[in-house]
Ligand binder design. Sequence first.
Ligand SMILES: [Zn+2]
Ligand SMILES: [Zn+2]
Length: 341
Amino acid sequence: MSRAPHPTTRRQLLKNSLSMAAATAVPLGWRRSAWQAVPTAGPANPFAVVLGTSQDGGVPQANCFTGYCARVRSGEVPSPRVACLGIVDPAAGARFLIDATPDFVAQLGDLVALRLTSEQPSRRTGTLRIEDELQGILLTHAHMGHYAGLLHCGREAAATTHLPVYASTAMARLLRSNQPFKTLVDDDRLDLREIIVGTPIELTANVSVVPFSVVHRAELTDTVGLLLEGPSKSLLYVPDADTWEGWPVPFEDWLERSDIAILDGTFYSAEELGHRWQGEVPHPPVADTVATLSARTGNQPAVWFTHLNHTNPLWNAASAERAAIQDAGFGVARRGQTWEL
Ligand SMILES: [Zn+2]
Ligand SMILES: [Zn+2]
């Protein structure tokens, strides 16, 4: 696979990434009213698009009425929505979602608004069949922010038929065995396709995805990260992890194979949660990740953080924390950001 030469410094890396993001940015309603139609076109080549960047509980979080949550509640700024990535191959006429979040309806709307090469706008009238618009959902794990949106596929809502859902063996077993998801499987709303870590999934002729094991709280299922491989770029997606250490295949190995990495940025520091012991919900603090990745040698993908908790100071673009990571050559993913694959 051909790869672009890698920039030599982190500062140059971020500069290149920012200009690339600006060149390919798709206005997915960011800073627009939620009801406004957003007909638009993405790049012609396969691409990934950010559809949400918050931790599972979203922004605002149910129990938070201050800070960034208050600004979103008042309508001053739009919700960043729960962490989710779209994959689009315009030529193949295919779209995929990574994770089915509580914001599934809005995120599917943003994804479908990115018209495919072969589509005529006139087709978009009345009620659509989701399975005509979306060729599959890839699930990372069974925490609420990553699979609760599947419920919209049921009889009470979109009533899909055989919508492909890619999941690990443990995740597929959980869906088959537990209500309310069991009914979705029994009624053929979903077509469960078990994935095997290390074995690529060919989504289209141009895009494949390699799932791999991630160390993350396994109350219900294991967790997978995904390496997206397109004609020219590879993108590493790990929105949720306890640590970068002790993975069955080392995190470093996946960095080596990536041009772009979108990584867990849940907490900026280890003391962020105040009222709650943060060890209950372990995540590698962004400050530590930046220090660790800055010190390593070898291939340096352009790194963007996602899955931010509502408490994270990185939400504030004017914060000292945001300036610190940008100075080090790292970025915060934002809704509507795209990368060609
Ligand atoms: Zn999560
Ligand atoms: Zn999780």
